[in-house]
Design a binder for this molecule. Structure first.
Ligand SMILES: Nc1nc2c(ncn2[C@@H]2O[C@H](COP(=O)(O)OP(=O)(O)OP(=O)(O)O)[C@@H](O)[C@H]2O)c(=O)[nH]1
Ligand SMILES: [Mg+2]
Length: 216
């Protein structure tokens, strides 16, 4: 038996046990519930993207995520001219991953992932392979959106990771790991540019690659 506290709104939930099935059962049946995991190095902006999407908020101060934070968001996902109501349970793990046990619980039951890098931090871009390998080991293939974040910091003549490089890399990763559902977008959690679009894109990928029966 798990202890899950869920208030039914777009607010923080406090999960004392990781049993995702219990959360799904507390939702009204007309919402499809998807567990989304955020991946990527420390400081790339995972928590900022989550907060921008769920609370329309942004904090300049860096507060490292310790362990896991989970938020929910109800929204209408646009697929082929239809608006499908969905609930995202967004699991946000600190980029400093120490314990294998935590990682296994984190990825369990995930329906999709955002793999985030910081366009101003090339190292965070170069280690995307490692995150994909970890996800494939723990969960297997799920729809994955690679996100180049912090585009508000892009300046002329500064060698940050370009859009073209990001796109090329995602094509390489797709081939290397034989991924069927992977896509790419650039965002700014600071200005909000493309943040809603990123979650929409991931929702669309999830809905179009899985039947409701296999998720619920
Ligand atoms: N300029 C700019 N700064 C950003 C953006 N997104 C995040 N930041 C800043 O980058 C720092 C790290 O952001 P977080 O969202 O805490 O990063 P994180 O990936 O959750 O980090 P961990 O929890 O340690 O894994 C913070 O100071 C944010 O304010 C962005 O789009 N643009
Ligand atoms: Mg964080």
């Amino acid at each position: 038996m798990s202890s899950v506290y869920y208030n039914g709104n777009d607010n923080m939930i406090n999960i004392k046990n990781d049993d995702i099935d219990d959360i799904k059962q507390t939702k009204p049946s007309y919402f499809d519930v998807y567990k989304i995991v955020l991946l990527g190095e420390g400081m790339v902006g995972k928590t900022s993207l989550r907060k921008r999407f769920t609370e329309s908020d942004f904090q300049r101060n860096y507060l490292m995520t310790i362990g896991v934070e989970v938020s929910t968001k109800n929204f209408k996902c646009k697929v082929n001219d239809k608006e499908i109501p969905v609930t995202f349970l967004i699991w946000d793990l600190g980029g400093q991953l120490y314990f294998l046990r935590v990682r296994e619980q984190y990825y369990k039951g995930a329906n999709g992932g955002l793999l985030v890098y910081d366009i101003t931090n090339r190292k965070s871009f170069e280690v995307l392979d490692r995150w994909i390998e970890e996800l494939l080991d723990a969960r297997g293939q799920i729809p994955l959106l690679v996100v180049g974040n912090k585009i508000d910091l892009r300046k002329p003549n500064v060698e940050y990771v370009t859009y073209t490089e990001g796109l090329k890399r995602v094509e390489e990763l797709k081939e290397k790991y034989n991924l069927t559902a992977i896509d790419f977008i650039e965002t700014s959690a600071l200005t909000g540019e493309n943040v809603e679009e990123a979650f929409q894109k991931l929702g669309k990928m999830i809905i179009s690659t899985s039947s409701i029966e296999s998720i619920i």
